[in-house]
Design a protein around this ligand. Structure first.
Ligand code: FE2
Ligand code: FE2
Length: 156
C-alpha cells in the first residue's frame, strides 16, 4: 500500500469503521459493545476532522455540491456523536442512538467511495500533495495527543 495515497488512507479508516461497526452490531456482550463503541466514537471523530480540514478543501473543485452534501452528513453525525460522547455505553438509549449514527456513517462512507473517490482518481488533482498534507495532519494530532496525556500525567 502507498502510504501517501489519500484514497487508500481514507479507505483504511473506512474499513476500520466497518469492522468496528460489525463488532458492535453483531455482539450482545456489553463489554464488547462498550469497547467497540468507544473506539468508533474516536475513529469517526478523527476521520471527520481529517476530511474537513484537508480532504474536502482539496477536492471541492471536483464537485462543490457533492462536497457540501458530505459536509452536511458530517454535521448530522457530529450531533449524534456529541450526544453519545456524553453518555455511558451501557445506558439504554445509547444503543438505538449508536445504531442511528452507524447507519448514517456507513451510508456516508459508501457514498464517498462510490461517488467521490473514482472522480478524484480520474482528475488531475495532485494526489501525493493531498496525501502529504493528510500525513502531517495526522502526525500533528498524534503529537498533540501525546502532549495532552503528558500534561495529564504531570498534573497527577
Ligand atoms: Fe466523510
Ligand atoms: Fe470518509
Amino acid at each position: 500500500m502507498d502510504n501517501d495515497d489519500p484514497i487508500q488512507m481514507l479507505v483504511r479508516d473506512h474499513d476500520t469503521v466497518r469492522k468496528l461497526a460489525e463488532k458492535y452490531l453483531g455482539s450482545s456482550d456489553i463489554e464488547v459493545k462498550k469497547q467497540a463503541g468507544t473506539q468508533l466514537l474516536q475513529v469517526i471523530h478523527l476521520h471527520s476532522r481529517l476530511e474537513e480540514s484537508i480532504y474536502y478543501p482539496n477536492v471541492r473543485c471536483l464537485d462543490d455540491d457533492l462536497v457540501r452534501h458530505f459536509e452536511q452528513d458530517h454535521l448530522k453525525v457530529d450531533d449524534l456523536l456529541a450526544t453519545l460522547q456524553g453518555m455511558s455505553m451501557d445506558e439504554a438509549r445509547a444503543e438505538p442512538m449508536m445504531r442511528e449514527m452507524l447507519n448514517a456513517v456507513l451510508g456516508h462512507i459508501e457514498e464517498e467511495e462510490s461517488e467521490l473517490f473514482p472522480r478524484l482518481r480520474q482528475s488531475s488533482v495532485d494526489m501525493s500533495d493531498i496525501g502529504l498534507q493528510m500525513q502531517s495532519f495526522e502526525a500533528n494530532l498524534v503529537h498533540m495527543q501525546a502532549q495532552a496525556s503528558d500534561q495529564g500525567g504531570r498534573r497527577r
